[in-house]
Design a protein. Structure first.
Length: 248
């Protein structure tokens, strides 16, 4: 008969997840206290009470720790927008609520974001919102816009239902860029931009009901997916179906 255990052993996976979370939480705190550039992986490991090798086992470097920050923001954003998406059906109100909710969540991290923006602006950096490493957070953000659009009372042509959420997310990235450089009190201009951007986007979606304007929307999306790194494989080529149909 096998020996009876006196008590349950710690699940290695659970312990691993706990260690990873500890390193991430420590890094986020030190980034805010000391600044991104001045915080080293060695300092993070020491503060977390783990070896430097262990820290690198879970995260290849500081850049990869930021992915945890991206994922956290994305998760908090999904929770924050729940009320507005459950309550509103007007597209402008839904989009304005989603954008301002992001600004609310990101507000405590403004100076932190300014510090590592120069790294995120590098297209070869894992911090880029278009990098392969950012795919999970990027898809989470796009899925919010997908739900935002699907739950609105606005009528959207079937051929635009896939491309519009990505274009709306790209407009959010424009807002994020503006917010990084915004020095107005309470980031007041960023909030104004979010509300005005939501109004323009809602009008654009309404106009896209007209068949003559749909090719323009598809062409704008194709422009971004052709030239923005990390988005080229986000959706199938919108012309591929037409080519297949023509070939048949």
């Amino acid at each position: 008969m096998p020996a009876k255990n006196d008590g349950p052993e710690a699940d290695p996976k659970t312990k691993s997840e706990q260690t990873r979370a500890l390193i991430l939480e420590t890094a986020m705190r030190l980034f805010q206290e000391r600044g991104y550039d001045k915080t080293t992986m060695r300092a993070i490991a020491k503060e977390a009470g783990v070896s430097v090798g262990n820290a690198y086992y879970y995260f290849e470097g500081k850049e990869h720790l930021i992915q945890g920050f991206y994922d956290r923001i994305a998760a908090e954003h999904r929770v924050a927008v729940r009320e507005i998406l459950d309550r509103e059906t007007d597209l402008e109100a839904r989009l304005a609520g989603v954008l301002t909710a992001w600004l609310d969540i990101a507000r405590p991290y403004h100076e932190f974001a300014v510090q590592f923006f120069k790294n995120a602006a590098d297209p070869d950096s894992p911090l880029s919102p278009f990098s392969p490493e950012s795919e999970h957070a990027r898809e989470q953000a796009i899925s919010v816009h997908r739900e935002l659009l699907a739950g609105s009372k606005s009528k959207v042509a079937a051929e635009l239902r896939d491309v519009l959420p990505e274009l709306m997310w790209l407009s959010q990235m424009g807002l994020v860029l503006y917010w990084v450089f915004d020095r107005t009190e309470g980031y007041e201009r960023s909030y104004r931009l979010a509300r005005r951007g939501a109004r323009l986007t809602a009008r654009g979606v309404a106009l896209a009901r007209f068949r003559v304007l749909r090719p323009l929307v598809l062409e704008v999306h194709e422009l971004f997916t052709d030239f923005l790194p990390g988005m080229t494989k986000a959706l199938p080529d919108p012309n591929s179906k037409a080519r297949r149909d023509g070939a048949g």
